[in-house]
Design a protein around this ligand. Structure first.
Ligand code: SF4
Ligand code: SF4
Length: 174
């Protein structure tokens, strides 16, 4: 092989482009419509529980501390970042962020808890008469989830069997 071809080969090697990315040293940009971890905005959320009721991974719990306070908790355990919650949120209170690097030694780093003030007149301080939207959810067999143990709990079997609501029967599905 001639010296010229050696030089040519060396030139081609120097000219070659990078074949690997500098990730994770440098963050990798994501496409514009990328769906990462959902972020909940407590200032926009009206506590309708639509996201919790439609999350296929059961990642969102609801619990009513009293008639006025509703807790909404995102668990961050098995969320698939499907974006269904953000799609159906009537108040656009959920943003699918660019955050996909969620490795952490503590699951609490990923969890979000919203404390929502519900169903009380801001002027007179009185509660609305039943059935409020909150009560309608309960009548559908909706649930008071078990926040302490991070579990879904339906309030009534009627929700599952489509019968008339008979009473409060705790049914653990998780
Ligand atoms: S992105 Fe999908 S899986 Fe995750 S909380 Fe929303 S609806 Fe549930
Ligand atoms: S769907 Fe939106 S407004 Fe309704 S509870 Fe979920 S985050 Fe709040």
């Amino acid at each position: 092989m001639s010296a010229l071809s050696k030089l040519k080969e060396a030139y081609l090697c120097l000219k070659a482009g990078r074949v690997t990315l500098p990730y994770p040293a440098r963050p990798q940009p994501v496409p514009p419509r990328f769906r990462g971890r959902p972020i909940f905005d407590a200032n926009r959320c009206i506590g309708c529980a639509g996201c919790a009721n439609n999350c296929p991974a059961r990642e969102i719990l609801v619990f009513d501390v009293c008639q006025e306070i509703r807790i909404l908790k995102y668990l961050g355990r098995r969320c698939t970042y499907c974006g269904r919650c953000a799609d159906l949120c009537p108040e656009k209170a959920i943003t699918m962020s660019k955050d996909f690097e969620t490795a952490t030694p503590s699951i609490a780093d990923l969890q979000q808890t919203l404390e929502l003030f519900m169903s009380t007149c801001q002027r007179c301080g009185r509660c609305f008469k039943e059935p409020t939207p909150l009560e309608q959810l309960k009548l559908k067999g909706y649930r008071f989830d078990d926040l302490a143990h991070d579990r879904w709990i339906f309030r009534s079997k009627a929700y599952l069997e489509k019968d008339q609501v008979a009473g409060d029967i705790d049914l653990e599905l998780d």
